[in-house]
Design a protein around this ligand. Sequence first.
Ligand code: SGN
Ligand code: CA
Length: 524
Amino acid sequence: MKRVPALQISIFSLFLFLSSCQQEKQANILYIMSDDHAYQAVSAYGYGLNNTPNIDRLAEEGIRFTNAFCTNSICAPSRAVVLTGKFSHVNGHLDNSSTFDGSQVTVPKLLREAGYETAMIGKWHLKSDPTGFDFWKVLLGQGPYYNPDLKDSTGVRNYEGYTTTIVTDEALNWLNDRNQEKPFFLMVHHKAPHRNWMPEPKYFNFEEKTFPVPDNYFDDYSNRGRAAKEQKMSVIVDMMIGYDLKVINPDTTVSQTGDNWIKGMLGRLNPEQRAAWDAHYDPIIEDFYSQNLEGEELALWKYQRYMRDYLACIQSVDDQVGRLLDYLDETGLVDNTAVFYTSDQGFYLGEHGWFDKRFMYEESLGMPLLVRLPGVTEAGTSSDALVQHLDFAETFLDLAGAAIPEEMQGMSILEPIRETANSGGIPGDWRKSIYYHYYEYPGAHAVKRHYGVRNEQYKLMHFYHNIDEWEMYDLEKDPKEMNNIINDPAYKDILLEMKAELARLQVQYGDSEEAAEKLIPIQS
Ligand code: SGN
Ligand code: CA
């Protein structure tokens, strides 16, 4: 055997020692993101609508953020912000019609350079194929609830079963097969609970539940502007009885909204799945047509029907989060794996009478965010720090001990996490306000373009493009945003401060209304 000089041995052992230290420092990262999961529907947030014990484990064993916000309340743009650590106007992904420029710098690419093995499984929705991942397997577009097609670098394959379960199966397969020598970065993105909320049979029993109706379900949008009045996301008016609420008219001569769409979805089911579906929904359909509901009764029936399917879909997500957490326990990875649970944005569960998102109002601006990393997060804590999707790339790089590029626009949330563990407070130099900009108009649900600023107590928004209206809310006095105080003389000084803060943020992030109008040509 060739002898190695003593000095070489000691340099070699030093290298081994340093690389093992490096590995210890670099936590594994498991990022679980669902689609349209409202914070009101995570029981750790205390709204009493449902019970999500597995997602709640992350709050009990880690930290819960009470002020976590998106930057542009819609799917693909949020995903692009998470990947790049940059606002939509900088990463170029303004709305769901855009195609992601995968040649730009993204967090999986940087983590790979920092020694990580990277994977992306589930809903992708960015049109171009994923880049920067050692492994990817993604749904096509929005993906269905049952029997999905999944695409990887070798092509597309069909999978039989419930998508939420299949995405998790694939994540667990990858975890088992991964390179054990490297830390991992795994993104698990669920389709659920995105529209049209098709539950798995296990949770058909949600039909027996009745949910509290939000007190502003019958909102008439008085004291608000045209944007709130002219949207098309009303449960009562815009939800499709067939597609959304699963009530297909047995009289096929009657044309009813969404019947063909739901029939298309149901065409994907195998005979066994279809039999279980029909056994559940047929009596609901029969009951509905026997009642001839109208007016308020019909509106309340729609709300309950919506909530039952939406929350049932979340129950499956919760089960599958549980499987991943169990895996970390069983393999001993738990102590060195940072787990994030969040959503691509928030969602309306009947507040203001709505479903969907897009608006900068609280329910769709906010999102659940729970983080657990033993030794870093303190069990059962919460933070009121204002954080955004914008911060995630920076946070992952911070966890990896990798440099955060200057051009990234967010801040590592390890700072407020550490401060929560130290003092229970927010770091003094943490941001005091957040910036928001939504572009997809004209588009589905007709929410007008707007941008704005929110701080701890106030929110200022400007709706523009085919409208020029400002709204301001006092979130302490009016948390449900029912009363626009933009013309209230009592808030004259606050308005000036908020306008100045908005202008400051636009300079800081390099955005403006004029630039936005040039990014997307005026269509109407
Ligand atoms: C689909 C939905 C919309 C939803 C968008 C965007 N309609 O178009 O209700 O707002 O997705 O959602 S559907 O009839 O096709 O279900 S996002 O989460 O992907 O941004
Ligand atoms: Ca979404």
